[in-house]
Design a protein around this ligand. Structure first.
Ligand code: HEC
Length: 435
């Protein structure tokens, strides 16, 4: 997804007849960033409870002179080391410490992301908070010092931007990096997810794994200032080991697994979609309430504008969750770390052992194209009426009753499998089936 900086926020389908509203997808692209005073949740207020809360008030964690509290913190958060990915471009807040010889390491599970840069005295943490969206923290790394988690809303200068769908959130960014790690931003960069063509992905990242004849921007540099998009993709392709590139022994794992990277791409944008839909629909419903109060008609039906906003947002989330527009893999992809197995093992499975965390990696990322993010706690925080709409649209699609044509790429067998898995593992979906 290229970020078009100059396009303004577009409200789609102003003239569409009401009957077609449910088929429209809101366009969350463009340069729109949620103004702070319009965020419909208590973003800055303290007292949040999320997957990072387990780190509060911890004492006596073992301190390592090189890695500080990194390993015990990952363990407390339930984040596997196999999720490690390495980014060497100077694109984030500790840029001066990041270098192709000292990449930044990222670790993640379904809800939390942890960043560690060798030699730094802070860990960076972000979480998909169920109510607020992306929330950011730093954790001081000094021996003998009490573990203190600090809310770091200043991180939003980069983490609430057009690159994060305009809401506080997460991202994987691909750039054309110079040999010292500085990005050649003059020729642009990409925020990447499962829809991004392979050739645009992983610029500024190390990538370990095999991917046949496909080429990406990882493991390599753009050495020519005059022609920064001239990159030797061959030298970065199908790299199994990073030992010749930097001192991998300084890191908990020698890998920057390609499958972990692909899940990270899918998940970061996925979290942003949930947040954006949460904000968008809460504001639309609030506006409707205000109009109803002003007109003294508390039970008046939704206006066209409310319908459009809510339905468009729900459809955008559905379309992302069902992998519409996913870039096909012409050849199989294989990672190098234990990530593929670790990731698969954590999910809920139905009575036939099927799970939304099963990989395909032959022609696409996942075997069953419905995102595992559907189990996110944040889904339960969407307004009830929005959840109801979302699950009912999902049911219509999975039962083959959708006539928008948007999901025609999902074969019947796959739709039935997803329906079975959700019926067996997802309480809110199951409850919506009997309504
Ligand atoms: C200068 C811009 C910038 C600032 C400021 C910034 N980040 Fe980031 N952050 C990035 C970029 C870009 C990425 C994508 C990976 C990369 O290029 O390093 C990222 C990725 C991350 C990730 C991985 C997943 C995610 O949430 O996107 C974490 C964790 C993170 N940042 C934490 C923080 C924290 C904590 C702060 C504040 C203390 C912060 N960042 C401030 C640019 C920034």
């Amino acid at each position: 997804m290229r970020v078009p900086m100059l396009r303004s926020f577009r409200i789609l389908g102003l003239l569409a007849p009401a009957a077609f509203l449910s088929a429209q997808v809101a366009d969350f692209g463009g340069s729109y960033v949620y103004p702070t005073d319009q965020i419909p949740v208590p973003y800055s207020a303290a007292g949040e409870r999320n997957a990072v809360s387990v780190l509060r008030g911890l004492e006596g964690l073992p301190f390592d002179p090189e890695k500080g509290y990194l390993l015990p913190v990952l363990e407390k958060l339930g984040i596997p080391i196999s999720s490690q990915t390495l980014v060497f471009s100077k694109t984030s807040f500790q840029a001066p410490l990041i270098h192709p010889r000292a990449p930044r390491a990222l670790y993640f599970n379904d809800d939390v992301y942890v960043g560690w840069v060798p030699g730094s005295d802070v860990l960076e943490i972000s979480v998909a908070d169920p109510v607020r969206g992306g929330v950011f923290y730093t954790l001081a790394q000094r021996r003998g010092q009490r573990l203190t988690l600090r809310r770091a809303d200043e991180c939003l200068q980069c983490h609430a931007s057009p690159r994060t769908l305009g809401v506080p959130g997460h991202m994987v960014r691909s750039v054309y990096p110079a040999p010292d790690g500085f990005p050649h931003t003059n020729i642009g960069s990409f925020v990447t997810d499962h829809r991004t063509p392979f050739e645009q992905r992983f610029g500024g990242w190390y990538v370990t794994g095999s991917h046949g004849s496909m080429r990406h921007l990882g493991n390599t540099f753009a050495p020519d200032e005059e022609q920064p998009d001239k990159v030797d993709r061959e030298s970065g392709a199908n790299v199994a080991s990073l030992t010749s590139r930097f001192d991998v022994s300084a890191y908990p794992s020698p890998h920057s697994d390609i499958v972990a990277l692909m899940v990270l791409e899918h998940q970061t944008t996925g979290h942003n979609y949930i947040t954006r839909v949460n904000y968008e629909t809460r504001n639309a419903l609030k506006a409707q309430e205000t109009i109803n109060a002003l007109t003294n008609e508390p039970d008046a039906p939704w206006s066209d504008s409310t319908r459009r906003r809510v339905h468009g947002a729900v459809e955008a989330l559905l379309s992302y969750f069902l992998f519409a527009g996913e870039t096909p893999l012409p050849e199989p992809v294989t990672g190098t770390s234990a990530f593929t197995g670790d990731f698969r093992a954590t999910g809920p499975a139905d009575q036939d052992g099927r799970s939304l965390r099963e990989f395909d990696l032959k022609t696409r990322l996942f075997r069953h194209r419905c995102s595992f993010l559907i189990y996110s706690p944040a889904m339960n925080e969407l307004p009830a009426v929005v959840q109801e709409l979302f699950y009912s649209r999902l049911r219509v699609v999975l039962r083959g009753e959708d006539d928008s044509g948007r999901y025609a790429y999902l074969p019947k067998s796959e739709r039935r499998a997803i329906l079975g898995i959700l019926a067996g593992t997802h309480p809110a979906f199951r409850a919506s089936m009997v309504r």
